[in-house]
Design a protein around this ligand. Structure first.
Ligand SMILES: [Zn+2]
Ligand SMILES: [Zn+2]
Length: 142
């Protein structure tokens, strides 16, 4: 008889202070870099590494410790970013318990090696000082 081990996701993460934690029961639907100007400004870095998860697979704890900031994307749609009010870490995009899918900031992973970026979106806005990994797909806009 096959031994059944409870499936426990490897995809877990938190903000810097650890107050807000997330867990996904599934692997990400997509993984990439967003090189848009908004992500650059929001992160204070060259791009945002992100993973897309269906909301149904994602659990986020201590959401009362989150604050949202909404900016307009290039296409004019609102982009919501959630950050920890204690430590300021950006954690994920989208409205929790409202949206069907979320982009989780890959830097919040407990095990950073799980992130396997496949594409760079908004490559047309990427600063020259950001080098992309070899073989990554470059998408000029979305
Ligand atoms: Zn925090
Ligand atoms: Zn972006």
């Amino acid at each position: 008889m096959a031994e059944t081990t409870p499936s426990r996701s490897k995809y877990t993460g938190s903000c810097l202070c650890g107050t807000v934690r997330w867990t996904s029961t599934t692997e990400p639907n997509f993984s990439g870099y967003c090189c848009c100007n908004s992500c650059r400004k929001a992160s204070g870095s060259g791009f945002v590494p992100f993973m897309g998860f269906p909301a149904s697979s994602l659990t986020i704890t201590n959401t009362s410790n989150l604050q949202q900031y909404t900016s307009l994307s290039d296409s004019g749609t609102p982009a919501v970013r959630n950050f920890c009010i204690n430590c300021g870490s950006l954690i994920f995009g989208g409205e929790y318990a409202v949206d069907d899918e979320h982009t989780v900031y890959a830097g919040t992973l407990d095990d950073a090696s799980l992130f396997k970026p496949k594409a760079a979106i908004f490559d047309s806005e990427r600063p020259e000082w950001v080098e992309l990994p070899e073989g990554i797909k470059r998408i000029p806009k979305m």
